[in-house]
Design a protein around this ligand. Sequence first.
Ligand code: HEC
Length: 148
Amino acid sequence: MKSKVVVVIMMLGAGMVCMKTGATLAEASLKNPVPGSVQRGQKIYMNTCLTCHQADAGGVPGMTPPLQKSPYVQGPPVKLIGIVLNGLNDGVEIEGETYTNPMPPFSTVLKDQEIADVLTYLRSHFGNKAGPITVAQVSRIRKGLTNN
Ligand code: HEC
């Protein structure tokens, strides 16, 4: 019963995302990853994210937050894609630990396909269980950037 309520709330949240961007983000993220995306994403993770977030995605206490079972990684695609494109300097709290170091933006470092791949990899590994991110989703969010 409780899990049904949670699912309904999540679906409502995803619906709002769709209305905002005028795109079918929820639909896309329910599909299976496109072939090769996870494998490419793993390489991008190792080259680009691992230095800070660590090989096991466990982060560094007090410095870099974990990407294991992360509510951000498994959360709404709009917010997650935005973090990778624009960086993050909001301060995050995960499992009682707070993190205040800034994360740099990757909008000029990674292509839309690369961001889709690395997030698809993350969302299906390290205890995360969320649907894939598509290149179309990343392109739409990137177009919404005012500083790009
Ligand atoms: C230079 C170090 C650094 C690199 C490289 C880096 N991050 Fe981060 N990341 C951080 C820090 C620090 C935060 C916390 C920012 C804050 O507190 O506002 C963060 C936060 C996050 C978050 C939200 C919080 C969480 O733990 O879920 C996500 C998602 C994320 N990073 C994904 C990535 C991905 C994907 C890459 C590779 C493309 C990456 N990061 C590369 C330092 C980094």
